[in-house]
Design a binder for this molecule. Structure first.
Ligand SMILES: [Mg+2]
Length: 336
């Protein structure tokens, strides 16, 4: 195994964008949500006046909603999401995080702020492997697709690996039900964490070979003895996820459509900070919905897509998420 191949901290780019984040063409959304919705590459976010309402919102959580630094959600985002859902916009979280994280960092602040009677949120967690809903009465029981869960013995081995060799930089996420996830400690600098992520991921691949689990990590493929690859090691900027190859933000989007009470909107906005988050918009576009994706960390480069990709000017992370969601909330209120 080529250890040098594990020094990349983030996923390989499909196709680096030649534009810098500062010179995106501004798209005219006057014809929105008609056929002009396809074919554009990037744009600024359109003014609220041109936003059709209600739109469906499919939201990655880490980055656009929760701060990647504190991992918590600021009040203005909580407030905007409640106002949007109260105005009839489906608000669905689509995260790699656990249901526990969503309950603690999203649901509880929303309950504290006050969820109006009859307003319901949905959360797809662990990239589609688990899900639940919540309203003013609290959460529904968590659903788990057991066919997507990793073997428990494997998870135990990874926990031991973290404890014995990597505990200074990362911790084992005990709240995951299907995936196995390891995360940067909050008291560790990201640069220091990323230095250890490569060696950690390499050690995980060795464990997976021991268990005869076929795995891919970025461009590396290590099939099992039946020549199949059923698992993926996915390094992000603050974590490594070990998961079934069947989970993903596209599975989350598919699951999201089944959870909506009432009519499914034709128009959607997906929001994320990673390349993998585009899979939400890919799925909706492929299934005939009008969608635009809001990229809150476009420095990775913006891929060419058959739907608009929006940015929030120079804002990134939850600053961009807050700006976008607040504008949505204003549009929702003005449409009532
Ligand atoms: Mg994210």
């Amino acid at each position: 195994m080529d250890a040098a191949g594990f020094n990349l901290p983030t996923r390989t780019l499909e196709k680096p964008c030649s534009s810098s984040s500062g010179d995106f063409a501004v798209m005219d959304f006057a014809a929105f949500p008609g056929s002009a919705d396809t074919g554009a590459v990037t744009s600024s976010v359109p003014p609220s006046a041109s936003m059709p309402t209600p739109m469906g919102l499919l939201l990655d959580v880490d980055g656009p909603v929760a701060s990647p630094v504190s991992r918590s959600v600021r009040f203005e985002i909580i407030d905007a999401l409640i106002r949007l859902a109260a105005a009839g916009w489906p608000v669905i979280f689509n995260t790699g995080r656990s249901d526990d994280f969503i309950r603690e960092e999203v649901m509880k602040p929303m309950l504290a702020a006050g969820i109006p009677e009859g307003v319901r949120f949905h959360a797809i967690c662990e990239k589609g492997a688990t899900w639940f809903s919540f309203d003013s009465d609290g959460p529904t029981p968590v659903q788990v697709d057991q066919t997507l869960a990793l073997p428990q013995e494997f998870g135990n081995e990874v926990r031991t690996l973290v404890e014995q060799k990597f505990a200074d930089h990362m911790f084992f996420d005990e709240t995951k039900r299907a995936m196995v996830s390891i995360e940067q400690r909050l008291d560790v600098e990201n640069e220091d964490y990323l230095d250890r992520q490569g060696p950690f991921d390499a050690a995980v691949l060795e464990i997976m070979q021991h268990f005869d689990m076929g795995v891919c990590r970025l461009a590396h493929h290590l099939p099992d003895s039946d020549d199949s690859v059923d698992y993926r090691v996915d390094p992000t900027i603050i974590s490594t996820d070990i998961e079934s190859v069947r989970v993903g933000k596209d599975l989350g989007a598919e699951r999201a459509l089944t959870l909506i009470d009432g009519a499914v909107p034709h128009v959607w906005r997906t929001v994320g900070d990673s390349r993998t988050d585009y899979a939400m918009a890919d799925y909706l576009h492929e299934h005939g919905y009008s969608v635009a994706h809001v990229d809150v960390r476009p420095a990775d480069g913006i891929p060419e897509k058959p739907y608009p990709v929006l940015t929030e000017g120079d804002l990134i992370h939850d600053d961009a998420g807050a700006a976008f969601l607040l504008r949505c909330a204003e549009a929702a209120v003005s449409a009532v």
